[in-house]
Design a protein around this ligand. Structure first.
Ligand code: NAD
Ligand code: LMR
Length: 339
C-alpha cells in the first residue's frame, strides 16, 4: 500500500516527502454506526489501514468508548468519537470516504427487506447530513436492505443537488468474500488466489455469483455450481441462523467493508487498476442500479465494467433476479420521495 505515494504525485494532499507512510495523502474516513456489531471491528480495521489519516467514529451512543479504545492502537490515523446528532456534522466534515453500517440487523426468519421500515429512515437522515457536510465523499452503504438503501441515498442526494453517481456504492464485497471462500473449498484452490465476480444485488436470489468466470478454473459439476450459488445467496442467512437471534454477520462484514473502503482509498489516491464488485448506478442492464465489477479511480467510479460471458445457468439467474431487484429499487425511490 505504501507504493501508492509514488503513483499519486498529482494529489493535492500529497506531502512532499516521498518515503514511508508520511508520503501517503491525508484521508479522512467516517464510520456511521461505529459502536455496532460491524462498526467496532470495522473501526479497528480502518485504524490498521495506513491510507487513513483521520478516523471519525459516529453513533447515537457508545462511540467515545470505542474511539478511546481503538485510538490507543499505534498506527497512523487520529481517531475521534462523535456521539449523537449534534456531533454528526463534525464527524462528517472533510471526509473522503463515509462508511455506513448504521441500522438494525436481521433475526432468524426475517428477510433483509423486513429491515426496511427502520433502516430506510436512518439512512435517509444520515445521507441528508452527508449532503450537507461532505457532499464530495465516497459513500459506502452497508445498511440493509442495500438494494433499497442505495436508491434512497441517491434520491436524498438528488434532492439536495449533490448527487454524483460515481460516489455512491452499495457494499456487496461480503458476497464476493463468501463466493471466494466457498469456491476455494470445492475447487481445491488456494483461497488467496481465487477470484469470483458477484453481480446483481445484495439479497437472496438477487446475489448472483458468476462461477463460470471464477479463477483459477476448476472442472466443477453443474450440481456443485448450483450448490455453491445457493450457499453464496444464503450466506447471510447461514450466519443469522447460527447466531440464533444475536444478529447477522459482523466480523466477516467488517473485513469485507474494510477491503472495499481500502479499494476506494486506493482509487482516490490514483492507484491504477483497482477493480471491485459493487452495487452502483449502472447501465449494464435495464435496471438503474446493479452490482458488477467497477473500476475505482480518483473520483470514485471510473467505469462500470460489463458482465462478461455468462453460462446458461447464470443467464437464467440474471433474468430471475430482475423483478425482485427492480421492486426493491423502486421501493427505496418511493420512500425517499414520499416525505
Ligand atoms: P448493530 O445493531 O450491531 O449495530 C448497528 C449500529 O447502528 C448500532 O450501534 C446503533 O446504535 C447504530 N445506529 C442506529 N441508528 C443510528 C443512527 N441514526 N445513526 C448512527 N448510528 C445508528 O448491527 P450490525 O450487525 O452492525 O448491522 C448493521 C447493518 O448492516 C444492518 O442493517 C445489517 O443488516 C447490515 N449488514 C449489511 C451487510 C452487507 O453485506 N451489506 C452485511 C452484514 C450486515
Ligand atoms: C449478510 O449478507 O450477511 C448481511 O446482508 C446481513 C444479513 O442480514 O444477511
Amino acid at each position: 500500500v505504501h507504493s501508492v505515494a509514488s503513483r499519486s504525485s498529482s494529489s493535492k494532499h500529497l506531502l512532499t516527502r516521498s518515503f514511508g507512510t508520511e508520503s501517503v495523502p491525508e484521508r479522512k474516513v467516517a464510520v456511521l454506526g461505529a459502536a455496532g456489531g460491524i462498526g467496532q471491528p470495522l473501526a479497528l480495521l480502518m485504524k490498521l489501514n495506513p491510507l487513513v489519516s483521520q478516523l471519525a467514529l459516529y453513533d447515537i451512543a457508545g462511540t467515545p468508548g470505542v474511539a478511546a479504545d481503538v485510538g490507543h492502537v499505534n498506527t497512523r490515523s487520529e481517531v475521534t468519537g462523535y456521539v449523537g446528532e449534534d456531533q454528526l456534522g463534525k464527524a462528517l466534515e472533510g471526509s473522503d470516504v463515509v462508511i455506513i453500517p448504521a441500522g438494525v440487523p436481521r433475526k432468524p426468519g426475517m428477510t433483509r427487506d423486513d429491515l426496511f421500515n427502520i433502516n430506510a429512515g436512518i439512512v435517509k437522515s444520515l445521507c441528508t447530513a452527508i449532503a450537507k457536510y461532505c457532499p464530495n465523499a465516497l459513500v459506502n452503504m452497508i445498511s440493509n436492505p442495500v438494494n433499497s438503501t442505495v436508491p434512497i441515498a441517491a434520491e436524498v442526494f438528488k434532492k439536495a443537488g449533490t448527487y454524483d453517481e460515481k460516489k455512491l456504492f452499495g457494499v456487496t464485497t461480503l458476497d464476493v468474500v463468501r463466493a471466494k471462500t466457498f469456491y476455494a473449498g470445492k475447487a481445491n484452490a488456494p483461497v488467496a488466489e481465487v477470484n469470483v465476480p458477484v453481480i446483481g444485488g445484495h439479497a437472496g436470489i438477487t446475489i448472483l455469483p458468476l462461477f463460470s468466470q471464477a479463477t483459477p478454473k476448476a472442472n466443477l459439476s453443474d450440481e456443485t455450481i448450483v450448490a455453491l450459488t445457493k450457499r453464496t445467496q444464503d450466506g447471510g442467512t447461514e450466519v443469522v441462523e447460527a447466531k440464533a437471534g444475536k444478529g447477522s454477520a459482523t466480523l466477516s462484514m467488517a473485513y469485507a467493508g474494510a477491503l472495499f473502503a481500502d479499494a476506494c482509498l486506493k482509487g482516490l489516491n490514483g492507484v491504477p487498476d483497482v477493480v471491485e464488485c459493487s452495487f452502483v448506478q449502472s447501465a449494464v442492464t435495464e435496471l438503474p442500479f446493479f452490482a458488477s465489477k467497477v473500476k475505482l479511480g480518483k473520483n470514485g467510479v471510473e467505469s462500470v465494467l460489463g458482465l462478461g460471458h455468462l453460462s446458461d445457468f447464470e443467464k437464467e439467474g440474471l433474468e430471475k433476479l430482475k423483478p425482485e431487484l427492480k421492486a426493491s429499487i423502486e421501493k427505496g425511490i418511493q420512500f425517499a420521495n414520499k416525505s
